[in-house]
Ligand binder design. Structure first.
Ligand code: FES
Length: 136
């Protein structure tokens, strides 16, 4: 497992034309999840980690928006985030921001840019518990 907290190489995320307005797409890079939403013909991308507890925002695949479809909503405790800035405007982490994913745009192709920081890998509690058992 790669323990570095950087995206080493550029990765194709999608073709912008494949997405409808306000449609989301997800991708996983070395156990870190990210998502992107098409808004106003642009793609806004964030690491899928809520600033409140550091857990993924969504329960359902590619479902990130509130009932109005105008804000990103965390499914755990309801924090609401602006789509264009990632700023939390309501909920337990108000004022915090989602961590933006840097993209590179080449025509219709959207890439996750290389050489950018990414969140720490999630801890696998089950694997950790089994390793601890073996050690004892
Ligand atoms: S984990 Fe997202 S609001 Fe609590």
């Amino acid at each position: 497992m790669d323990s570095s907290n950087r995206v080493e190489a550029e990765i194709l995320l999608c073709q912008l034309s494949e997405l409808e307005e306000m449609q989301a797409i997800e991708l996983e890079i070395e156990q870190r999840k990210l998502f992107a939403i098409r808004q106003d013909n642009q793609l806004r991308a964030y690491w899928n980690t809520c600033p409140h507890l550091g857990i993924p925002l969504n329960w359902m695949p590619e479902k990130f928006l509130d009932l109005d479809g105008s804000l990103i909503q965390c499914s755990s405790h309801g924090a609401l985030f602006q789509i264009d800035s990632g700023e939390c405007i309501a909920g337990p982490c108000t004022g915090d921001h989602l961590q933006q994913v840097e993209l590179r745009i080449d025509g219709d192709s959207i890439y996750v840019a290389a050489n950018q920081p990414m969140p720490a890998a999630p801890i696998n509690l089950r694997a950790q518990a089994l390793a601890d058992l073996e050690d004892s």
